[in-house]
Every structure is written in C-alpha cells, then in structure tokens.
Design a protein around this ligand. Structure first.
Ligand code: SAM
Length: 246
C-alpha cells in the first residue's frame, strides 16, 4: 500500500490487523472523549440493575484505552478484578498508572477463549465494535462473550448505531470522484442497514434479538439520544473517526 502523501508520520500508521481505525495518541484522545460523551448520553457506566459485590470480576473486551474500566475502578474495592482486554496493547495505559484493581491484557475476541478465562466473570462488557463485527453478524462475538461469563452473569454491550445515524444525516452523499474515502466510509455504514434480500442485517438495531437468539435472558435493549448541547462535540468525534478511516 503506498504511503499517503503530506501526512505526518504518526498519522500514517496502518494497523497490522484489519482494524480500520488508528491507534496513535490522537486516536486514543478521540476514544477517551467519545467515552465521556457516551457516558453523558447514557447516564451510567455499569447498568444500575447489576449489583456491585466486594470481589466482583469484570471484563471489558475490546477495551481500547481502557477508559471505561479506569472510570469504573473507584466504585469497586481494591480486591475486585477489573480486566481489560484488546487485540492490541498499543492504547493501554502504562501499568505504573493503574488503580490496584485494574489490569490489561491482549486477547482476540473473535478467537477461541482461553480455558483459564472461561466462566470467570460476573460482568462482561463490550462497546463500540461496530467497525470490527464482520458481515453484519454479531453471533460469534456474543457466543465468545457469553463463554467468559459465570452462570447468571451479565453482558453489557454499548454500541453506536452509526448506520442509522448516517442514513438520517447523509442527505448529500459525498461525490465518489472528489472524496473517494468519505464516499467509501458512508457506503460502508449504509451497507450495514437491512436490505432484503440479500444484504447485511442492521445488527445494531436488532442487538436485543441477537442476544435472545443466543440464549441470553432478561434482555434489555435501550436507545439513547444525544442531548442537543453535545451535538457539536459528537460531530467532532465523527469527523475525527472519518479522518482516521481515510
Ligand atoms: C472503536 S474501539 C472501542 C474501544 C473501547 N471499547 C471504547 O469504547 O472506547 C474498538 C476496539 O476494538 C479492538 N479490536 C478490534 N478487533 C478486535 C478483536 N478481534 N478482539 C479484541 N479487540 C479488538 C480495537 O483494537 C479497538 O481498541
């Protein structure tokens, strides 16, 4: 792949796995801002119906910078186990900065779960893997996340419904000749919307149904709107995301 022209070196890194976003410091800052915006919109870190216990074990899969666990750490005693996993350690904070109950490790959430992690966690959490889930089918991820859970454990999945967002807001699609990368980005998101047949399912909108199909019980699917005062900040995040992809 040819190097992009006129791009500073730290912005021209292409991840060696198939991840289409970046992992440089600006990408980490974007993830952290995004996390705080999601937190504002949702109103909690851990779903309020999940009881917090002394020796609770929580795993955040595809955790990126680990910001969700770092925010959660204060709510748990030092003997709780808060484990963050990601396919890449590039965005993990340095271990010298971690609270005593937080650790990070490398794990591919799409591969077989190592035996020592099977059935280990009370809560498994995942967020914002819409660009990682392949072919509009989250089933493999759901199965793997469930394997990490103790019987009776909780799965909490926070997702950005980007295809629906783009469909609502893309009234003037980018000219493919002038803005090929932006055009591809819009098409990528739009391709996730239901098209019958054939087509890729809009799995984010139907995540609750996917959960039930895989045997999860007491499923709650909630949609949150972005408060208007945060629209400009969310737009900045969307633009930064588009820049990373391009
Ligand atoms: C958009 S980021 C979201 C990070 C974090 N969950 C958050 O909400 O800030 C997606 C993350 O998925 C990770 N990822 C991609 N493929 C993965 C895989 N197969 N297994 C585990 N993590 C993966 C990426 O490295 C990246 O950190």
């Amino acid at each position: 792949m040819p190097e992009p022209q006129n791009v500073p070196e730290e912005y021209s890194h292409v991840p060696s796995d198939s991840y289409i976003l970046q992992r440089h410091y600006a990408a980490s800052a974007r993830l952290n801002l995004q996390h705080h915006l999601y937190r504002q919109a949702i109103g909690y870190l851990l779903h309020p119906s999940i009881p917090i216990q002394e020796d609770m074990k929580v795993a955040d899969i595809a955790c990126g910078t680990g910001i969700w666990l770092l925010d959660l750490a204060d709510a748990f005693p030092p003997n709780a186990i808060l484990d963050g996993f990601d396919i890449s350690a590039d965005q993990f904070p340095h271990e010298s900065t971690l609270p005593p109950n937080v650790t990070f490790g490398v794990l591919d959430g799409m591969k077989e779960i190592p035996e020592e992690l099977v059935g280990k966690y009370d809560v498994v959490r995942v967020s914002l893997i819409v660009l990682v889930v392949k072919d509009g089918e989250p089933g493999g991820w759901i199965e793997n996340l469930m394997r990490l859970l103790k019987p009776g454990g909780y799965l909490q999945w926070t997702e950005g419904n980007m295809p629906a967002y783009i469909a609502r807001h893309t009234t003037h699609p980018s000219d493919p000749a002038r803005f090929p990368n932006m055009h591809a980005f819009e098409q990528f998101y739009l391709s996730m919307l239901s098209k019958q047949p054939p087509g890729i399912h809009d799995w984010v909108t139907h995540l609750g149904t996917h959960f039930e199909k895989h045997g999860l019980q007491e499923v709650e699917y909630k949609q949150f709107d972005v408060p208007k005062r945060y629209w400009p900040a969310w737009t900045d995040v969307m633009m930064l995301t588009a820049e990373e992809v391009s």
